[in-house]
Design a protein around this ligand. Structure first.
Ligand code: 5GP
Length: 116
């Protein structure tokens, strides 16, 4: 596991460019650099205190609820309100960035949109 700041914190700080589609005081959302579906947005709490969804649920359930509501809002805007929400949790599950984030996948999904 790497030290701070995570790559996503660097996007929050505008040190790395990203196609940002939503931002609030607590959450940022931007398009995945390697999309697996017609709509593939990452929804990320700005804090990097939580490395995965289990930690976020235990530590700040209100922030997790806000993240899910943001995913729904983005899906409403971009793909008719229907979406797949993925939290990879752990290296063996395909997690590569240990700053909790949700993948919002929408549009016409294929089997390849399920795994990373
Ligand atoms: P994980 O594999 O941890 O669930 O998801 C990390 C995601 O972050 C991957 O889908 C990967 O394509 C995306 N990603 C990694 N680096 C960057 C970046 O610099 N910019 C953007 N927009 N996405 C990134």
């Amino acid at each position: 596991m790497s030290n701070s700041p995570s790559i996503f914190s660097r996007i929050v700080a505008r040190e790395i460019p990203a196609d940002i589609v939503f931002e609030s005081d607590t959450i940022i959302a931007f398009r995945d650099i390697a999309p697996k579906a017609p709509v593939h947005v990452l929804v990320v709490p700005k804090t990097e205190q939580y490395s995965n969804v289990t930690e976020l649920a235990a530590g700040d359930p209100a922030l997790l609820a806000e993240l899910v509501a943001t995913a729904q809002q983005l899906a409403d805007e971009q793909c008719g309100g229907q979406f797949r929400l993925i939290f990879n949790t752990g290296e063996n599950a395909g997690q590569t960035v240990f700053h909790v984030h949700a993948h919002v996948l929408g549009g016409t999904l294929t089997e390849g949109s399920l795994g990373f």
